[in-house]
Structures are given as structure tokens and as C-alpha cells.
Design a binder for this molecule. Structure first.
Ligand code: ADP
Ligand code: MG
Length: 344
């Protein structure tokens, strides 16, 4: 049975610090779902996970599993597993004994511990290297062992603190596939820390954005891309078009792009405001906002075109093989779902 993880008002002021590394975090991870905490370096992501795991104690606030307050419970009794950026395996033990460590520590025989560990070895597709010393496995394999070791403890909640950020892109993609597979087979409640919006998009159901210890945004992934709460959230989600202009307070934004209707904006008073436009969703066509291509930057199969509109530049993702060139006059179609307005 999957459990719900929640934190209420979770706050940490580290010893010797005057500002909170984590400031009144409220967050709920529904049973069997995965939430990604996204934020720049130093925004309090690891602090949040350490408080949830019980590796550190909060200055204020509480941690709950299925509503039960576990803030005072020692780490080993919380049923919370954690995987870190570095695998932190026991170097003198085999792969299998690393995975079965918790069983041995709980008093099980070596044989029985290895039997139980083998199941998790298979789960992470390392079935044939159980007997190997951990010093002889690759970085990607070591991180799989670390994942298996955490899962072998049958955690109610699994916390992942940037566990794939040290791996090369191919291995990282393999780990993403593995986690997606495990999510299907184990129905595990997961909280993942990452600074990579794409990793969040691949693995998580929702994204919680931390900036300077504060939760600035929490929504499903698609909403975080197209309707970010603030400019900083937009940048973290890979947004590149920030168009200065005036917001009328009811639904119209005026800028070099003209007068554009933007629906669903709340809490932005009339006055200066920034129009956000996802570069991936703009289309080049025959009508719309007129401009001139001033540069083209290839990104592989795609390219980013800079389109000058008045004194504003709009970035547009186009197919690299498309027939546009620098100097071309183009028209931009900006779909309703690609527009949003935030304060400056
Ligand atoms: P992130 O994981 O998002 O990079 P951290 O949670 O590690 O951020 O750190 C958040 C802030 O708290 C940073 O300013 C960091 O320097 C500070 N910090 C983290 N751990 C400690 C500690 N043990 N003592 C003092 N300051 C800390
Ligand atoms: Mg960290």
C-alpha cells in the first residue's frame, strides 16, 4: 500500500545562519506519485530531504506519513529511504551484501540476506554482478546498487537527492527508464530533487519549485512549463522569452508584439508586466506577429531562431532543416496556451 507524504511549515535555520535554508514548506506527495523538487543550487532542496529523512531536525514544522506525525521519530524508524548523488556503498562488501545490508543488520543470516537481496538486484537489472566487489562496478552500476539497497529496506517513501546528476547522458537516460519502470512495478511514493527541468518532466507527476528556501510554484509539469508563477520559475523551466510590456489587469498585454489576449492570469495588478511565450510552441506562418530573423542557432535537429519584432527579440524553435534564413521576414503564430503573464 502506498502512503502519502506531507510536510507542514517545514523550516530550517542551520546553525550559525541567520536566514532560513528552508522557509515554511508546505507540500503533499499523494500515495504512489512522484513529486520533483526543482531549484537552483543552494535553494534548500537537500535540506528539505534531510529533514524528511530524519537526518536533521527542523527549526519548525512537521513531517507526516499518511497523516501521522513522524517529526520526532528517529531516521531508522521512519520507513523513509534515500539515495544520494554519490552511491556511498560499503567498499569492502560485495554488491549483494551491500543490498542485503539492512537484513544483516536486522539479524538475518548471511544466506537469507543474500536471497532477499537478490530480488532487488534483479529489479535493477544487475542480476549477474551480485558477487562482484563494489570497487569493480561502474558508476552507473554503483548508482543502481544504491537504488536497490534503498528499495531493499522496503521504504514507505523514497527520497532521491540528485542521484543521476553525476552520470553521463546515456547512463542518466537508462536510470530514468529504470525509475519509470520501478514506479510502475512498486507503486512507490517518491520525492525527487533535481536542478534539471527535463529530469523532472521525465520522472515526476508534479513539480515543486524552491527558490531561496521558499516554495514559489507547485503544479503538474505541463502547467509549470506554460503557466509558471514567477519569472524565476519560468527560467528554471527553460523559458527564454520574457517580453516587457503593460498588463491591463483584465486580460490584455501590450508590448512590441502588439495587444495579446492572455487568459487565466490572476494576482497581477495593472501596470508593467512580463509576457512569457514558450519558444517551443510558437509557429512560423503566414499571419500573426511580423518580424525578421536576425540569427539562427542550431541545436541538432532543431534550431533557435531570433526574430526581431520592433526592439524586442523573440526566440522561436524551428526545425533545423526548415527553409528559413537570416534576414527573412516571418509571421509568428503564438497559440493561446503558449502565453502567460507574470510580474516583473
Ligand atoms: P541545495 O540542495 O538546494 O543545493 P542545500 O539544502 O544543500 O541546497 O542548502 C541550502 C542552504 O543552506 C545553502 O545556503 C547552504 O549553504 C546552507 N546549508 C546547508 N547545510 C548546511 C549546514 N549543515 N550548515 C550550515 N548551512 C548549511
Ligand atoms: Mg543539494
Amino acid at each position: 500500500m502506498s502512503v502519502e507524504l506531507s510536510v507542514r511549515g517545514l523550516t530550517k535555520i542551520h546553525a550559525g545562519q541567520s536566514v532560513a535554508a528552508l522557509d515554511s514548506l508546505d507540500l503533499t506527495v499523494p500515495p504512489g506519485s512522484c513529486t520533483a523538487i526543482l531549484g537552483p543550487s543552494g535553494s534548500g532542496k537537500s535540506t528539505a530531504l534531510r529533514l524528511i529523512a530524519g537526518l536533521d531536525s527542523p527549526t519548525a514544522g512537521t513531517v507526516h506519513i499518511d497523516g501521522a506525525d513522524i517529526t520526532g521519530t528517529v531516521a531508522e524508524k521512519r520507513g523513509v529511504g534515500m539515495v544520494f548523488q554519490r552511491p556511498m556503498l560499503f567498499p569492502h562488501m560485495s554488491v549483494l551484501d551491500n543490498i542485503g545490508f539492512a537484513y544483516r543488520a536486522a539479524g538475518e543470516s548471511r544466506r537469507r540476506s543474500r536471497e532477499r537481496a537478490r530480488e532487488y538486484l534483479d529489479l535493477v537489472h544487475l542480476g549477474d554482478i551480485g558477487g562482484r566487489a563494489v570497487s569493480e562496478v561502474s558508476g552507473g552500476q554503483a548508482q543502481r546498487v544504491a537504488l536497490a539497497r534503498s528499495l531493499a529496506g522496503s521504504p514507505r517513501v523514497l527520497l532521491l537527492d540528485e542521484p543521476f546528476s553525476a552520470l553521463d547522458p546515456v547512463l542518466r537516460t537508462e536510470m530514468h527508464d529504470l525509475v519509470r519502470e520501478l514506479r510502475t512495478s512498486l507503486d512507490q511514493t517518491l520525492l525527487l530533487v533535481t536542478h534539471d527541468q527535463q529530469e523532472a518532466a521525465v520522472l515526476a507527476d508534479s513539480v515543486a519549485v524552491l527558490i531561496d528556501g521558499r516554495l514559489e510554484h507547485h503544479s503538474d509539469i505541463a502547467t509549470a512549463y506554460t503557466r509558471p508563477s514567477t519569472l524565476e520559475v519560468s527560467r528554471l523551466m527553460g523559458g527564454v522569452n520574457e517580453i516587457d510590456g503593460q498588463w491591463d489587469g483584465t486580460g490584455l498585454h501590450r508590448s512590441d508584439l502588439g495587444e495579446l489576449r492572455v487568459d487565466g492570469v490572476t494576482g497581477i495588478p495593472a501596470g508593467p508586466a512580463v509576457l512569457l511565450v514558450r519558444h517551443e510552441l510558437i509557429m512560423l506562418g503566414d499571419y500573426g506577429v511580423r518580424g525578421t530573423i536576425s540569427s539562427l542557432r542550431p541545436t541538432g535537429f532543431r534550431a533557435i531562431a531570433d526574430v526581431n519584432v520592433g526592439s524586442t527579440t523573440v526566440k522561436v524553435e524551428v526545425a533545423a532543416a526548415s527553409s528559413v534564413s537570416i534576414g527573412d521576414a516571418v509571421a509568428l503564430t503564438i497559440p493561446d496556451g503558449a502565453r502567460f503573464v507574470v510580474g516583473q
